[in-house]
Design a protein. Sequence first.
Length: 454
Amino acid sequence: MKHNIGEELTSITTIDGRYKQKVLELSEFVSEFALIKLRLKIEISYLAALSKSKITRPLTNVEQGYLLDLASDFSLSNAIKVKKIEEDIVNDVRSLEIFTRKKLSKTSLKDILEFYHFGLTSDDVNNIAYRLMLKKSVSEVMVPILKAIIDELDEFSKKHKRTVILGRTHGQPAVPTTFGKEFAVFASRLKKELKNLTKQKLTGKLNGAVGNFNAVHFVYPGVDWIKFSKEFVSSFGLTPNLITTQINPYEDVIALFQILQRINGILLDFNQDVWRYISDGWLKYKVSDKEVGSSTMPQKLNPIDFENSEGNLCIANGLTQAMIDKLYVSRLQRDLSNSTIIRNLGTALAYCLLSYKNVLSGIRKIDIDTQKTDEKLYENWAILSEALQTILRSKNFHNAYEVVALISKGQKFDKKDWKELVNSLKIPETDKQNLLELSPQRYVGIAPKLVGKS
């Protein structure tokens, strides 16, 4: 698709404007054109299924080929014609029916025109179409980039599994950890949710105006419509849902959105941690020579990838939450308020994708400033007080925690202070020697071994 800067500059949303090129691959799956094309595929498949079930006459090989080509070759110019019909009749599914019936009227299929959309309600088509949009978007776009993020985190973790840094809890100095292990935490969290995402099943329904097969059963009472519905829905890789109103309830879609929300929450957490590490100078952020960090401060190098990702994750989760809140509810057998909601699934996915691309770009630009991390690590040897009080407790030293807290709380020790403290203790020489040989660099537990365990 040709890059039209003019269109981007006059677009209302950033997704179709400023960020259009970054999310363009989603257009194939979630655009209005993609929706119309999917509807046609479903309608054509339904007509063929009616023939297969002997509700209509058998289709010749030529006719079957024509129907397949009609769906696969459906062009943007055809979609524009459908939209022009919609301008007059104000019904999107019926507009496609009018367009397609006109096409079929010029073929040998003209004698079965009335079986196009036979006994269906619009949501018999739409519920399948929207779920196919989600299914394809997730498998073809979301999963690959999330895997790429996890791969980068894994690579960073393995490379730096022994790079020791000061741990901080409540923002205060804690005990040491390693950069590798901390990045491995995020990789592990993402892997679990990615597994959930790939396993999430989506449903489909085909059962008429209020979910009872009223029309088709009235005309063809001898047909096993439950079996027909199951086979038809399953043919699209969806799980049949037989008990519905006019709409297919959205719990499956909501569950998928909730997985994305958790993924987004994990990445939001990651972005904020990395931002802090960069702010503290522990991570270096590499940018191109041409990149400008500030319009007034020439020295600035801003972590914009992580900041952009963080902001857009908030928008993505806001949109998905709005959809979740509304999609649970459809008044009585159906109202149209959820129709306009589900049409925005592409917008929510686009903000997710934009965020994922930015965090991936950011990870590839960071490196560690070990001089800065070591300076902070060795700034206060009092971080080893945990080791001291624990070894004392293991020897049944009375009130070990309180004694060490009295000595160390709010205090700063250097290496010399630490050794003097240890030497003053009345403990076995073996334990004393272990403490004297200890340093912030060596007090990381089994952090390196934990990397790669997820």
